[in-house]
Design a protein around this ligand. Structure first.
Ligand SMILES: O=C(O)CCC(=O)C(=O)O
Ligand SMILES: [Fe+2]
Length: 210
């Protein structure tokens, strides 16, 4: 089913410390598996679950209003609104926990993020469909910093033009996945529904909106 690419490349530079680069053509995707330890992950999950201003957004699908299959929230610098799946989002203002996470991943990513989209997958029925994070307000080659807490979910990648090139990894709690370079031009990603998953997962994708 999946092309037999070897999953990992060794880190290329000391600056990539404990990250492992996925062995994907036309992409730069680096996984930092235990970026937050178990205690930190549990604490952060509980806090975000209880305090984030989660919303059920709807989108237009063939002219019909459809609830998207997860809860979301948008936080960031004031004035940086963002359109996602036809939904225009005004940011909530940063919380101390979000700022702490942001600073930790910025140090590794070597970039400054000004906003974060949070996703709450209530259980395995929630998902995100195939897409690229290629909205024009993210710029030409956006760095997207993706942090996960709670349930482990499958993260699938497929090449947009060579459809047989696919890869999937498990996004475990405390992991930090960095996508950068040309990745969004050539690859799509999704979190598929997962019948066996009954626990919630929270994902944060840090972005830089122009
Ligand atoms: O939940 C994830 O790991 C991915 C979320 C995502 O792709 C997005 O919000 O753009
Ligand atoms: Fe995405």
């Amino acid at each position: 089913m999946y092309t037999q690419l070897s999953l990992w490349e060794e880190p290329k530079a000391e600056s990539q410390k404990h990250g492992q680069q996925l062995s994907l053509p036309d992409a730069e995707v680096i996984m930092y598996r235990d970026f937050f330890n178990n205690n930190e992950s549990n604490e952060i999950f509980a806090e975000l679950y209880g305090t984030i201003n989660w919303k059920q957004e709807v989108t237009l699908l063939f002219g019909k209003q459809v609830a998207i299959p997860r809860l979301t929230a948008w936080y960031g610098d004031a004035g940086k609104s963002y359109t996602y799946s036809n939904i225009k989002m005004e940011p909530n203002l940063w919380t101390p926990t979000l700022i702490t996470i942001k600073s930790k991943i910025e140090a590794i990513a070597g970039t400054v993020f000004n906003s974060v989209l949070l996703n709450l997958y209530r259980d395995g029925k929630d998902s995100v469909a195939w897409h690229s994070d290629d909205e024009s307000e993210l710029g030409e080659n956006p760095a997207i910093g993706s942090v996960s807490f709670g349930a482990t979910r499958r993260f699938m990648l497929r090449h947009k033009y060579q459809k047989e090139m696919k890869l999937e990894i498990q996004l475990t709690p405390g992991s930090f996945l960095l996508m950068k370079g040309q990745t969004q031009h050539f690859w799509q990603h999704q979190i598929p529904k997962a019948a066996k998953v009954t626990e919630p997962r929270i994902n944060l994708t840090f972005r830089k909106v122009r």
